[in-house]
Design a protein around this ligand. Structure first.
Ligand code: KET
Length: 421
């Protein structure tokens, strides 16, 4: 009899049209990564992808840094390299060097052994592990994120178990920082609340506080006991200098207080697909840091057990060798400079074309993105008519642009702002 056969189809299977998942609804594409999906489907030869924040060369090609190729060669040629599991916390060298990179070689927090660093799956994974640690062990479960911010932030923190609120950040009328709004909202936050800060090159606005404003933010946050959680996804991409771009974080560490930092090597080493990053929690004492690290292991182990070895080995190889490190800083600066050059070219071309509007924000904003001010309808129009792909909030990745594609983008923007006000 069929019913006695353990691999016979269940009589219930047919109820759902053959699949027990038949009632699963189609989910929307991701607002950022979905732009690349749509771009890949478009057969147009003039299409340009300015969606995802990923560096492209003048020829529009993805770039593997020369220093990364060199480090990979060294790794491949080293027969002592094995593929064993890493510890739950990742590669020890990588963790030490990552903390040094963001906090500075002479950071007292590092010297006093009060930083717990764990290797995570790039910036996203670091934010997620940090968020989950806070949800389990920190007394205040509300995290304030800037308005606007990277679209994944609210989802990552909500799923980690935190409650997400926003603070004012950007003023669309000035296309600059809404500093008064920011201070007012952080002043009104409950004592102890967590505050997500972009260490530099704020995504999507390209607007960062000045050092003076950072100092005021620090004073306010420390006076209210607000806990800083830095997202550092673009160290080196704002100014072209790794130390200058870590200033905000270092100010908060220098005062002896506690903070979290999520680092990503996706952009600054071009290691997007290697998924290599680090979460550091700066604590008041070495003893606390040790206990914090023990709990981070309990967050990580049931989530993905331990992190991948290859990307972290590349980063550690580069960071610990003077010459490779130097070569990296030069290649990083070249990427940052090309983006600055694209800003100037786009600005000049819009001016020369007489496109209505003040486009000076293109050269004032910093980092990988320009927050153009184009609205959703204008973006849809540019995609449909000109095959320009960008996120619906009007953000364009300057790194996706080249001298060759600037004229086409200017045509598209000109048509969008003159035809669709
Ligand atoms: N933080 C910020 C601010 C950020 O822009 C990104 C990525 C990340 C973290 C995470 O990057 P990871 O690859 O996990 O290290 N932003 C670009 C890519 C993406 O959306 O995944 C983007 O905004 O285009």
């Amino acid at each position: 009899m069929a019913s006695q056969n353990p691999i016979a189809p269940s009589p219930a299977a047919g109820i759902y049209g053959g699949s027990v998942f038949a009632n699963v609804v189609q989910a929307p594409e991701d607002p950022i990564l979905g732009v690349t999906v749509a771009y890949n489907k478009d057969p147009s030869p003039v299409k340009v992808n300015l969606g995802v924040g990923a560096y492209r060369t003048e020829e529009g090609k993805p770039l593997v840094l020369n220093v990364v190729r060199r480090a990979e060669q060294l790794l491949v040629n080293d027969p002592s390299r094995v593929k064993e599991y890493l510890p739950i916390t990742g590669l020890a060298d990588f963790n030490k060097l990552s903390a040094k990179l963001i906090f500075g070689a002479d950071s007292p927090a590092i010297q006093e052994n009060r930083v717990a660093t764990v290797q995570c799956l790039s910036g996203t994974g670091s934010l997620r592990v940090g968020g989950e640690f806070l949800a389990r062990h920190y007394h205040e479960r509300t995290i304030y994120i800037p308005q606007p911010t990277w679209g994944n932030h609210p989802k990552v923190f909500t799923l980690a178990g935190l409650s997400v609120k926003t603070y004012r950040y950007y003023d669309p009328t000035t296309r600059g920082l809404n500093f008064e709004g920011l201070l007012a909202d952080l002043s009104a936050a409950p004592p102890g609340a967590i505050v997500l800060l972009h260490a530099c090159a704020h995504n999507p606005t390209g607007v960062d506080p000045t050092l003076d404003q950072w100092e005021q933010i620090r004073l306010l946050m420390r006076s209210k006991g607000l806990l800083p959680f830095f997202d550092s996804a673009y160290q080196g991409f704002a100014s072209g200098n790794l130390d200058a771009d870590a200033q905000s974080v270092r100010m908060f560490v220098a005062d002896g207080g506690e903070c979290l930092t999520a680092q990503s090597y996706a952009k600054n080493m071009g290691l997007y697909g290697e998924r290599v990053g680090a979460l550091s929690i700066v604590c008041k004492s070495a003893d606390v840091a040790t206990r914090v690290e023990s709990q981070l292991k309990l967050v990580i182990r049931p989530m993905y057990s331990n992190p991948p070895i290859h990307g972290a080995s590349i980063v550690a190889t580069i960071l610990k060798d003077r010459e490779l490190y130097h070569e990296w800083t030069i290649e990083l600066k070249a990427m940052a400079d090309r983006i600055i050059n694209m800003r100037q070219q786009l600005f000049d071309a819009l001016r020369a074309r007489g496109t209505p509007g003040d486009w000076s924000h293109i050269i004032k904003q910093i980092g990988m993105f320009t927050f153009t001010g184009l609205n959703t309808e204008q973006v849809t129009f540019m995609t449909k008519e000109y095959h320009i792909y960008m996120t619906s909030d009007g953000r364009i990745s300057m790194a996706g642009l080249s001298s060759k594609t600037v004229p086409h983008l200017v045509d598209a923007i000109h048509a969008a702002v003159t035809r669709m006000k």
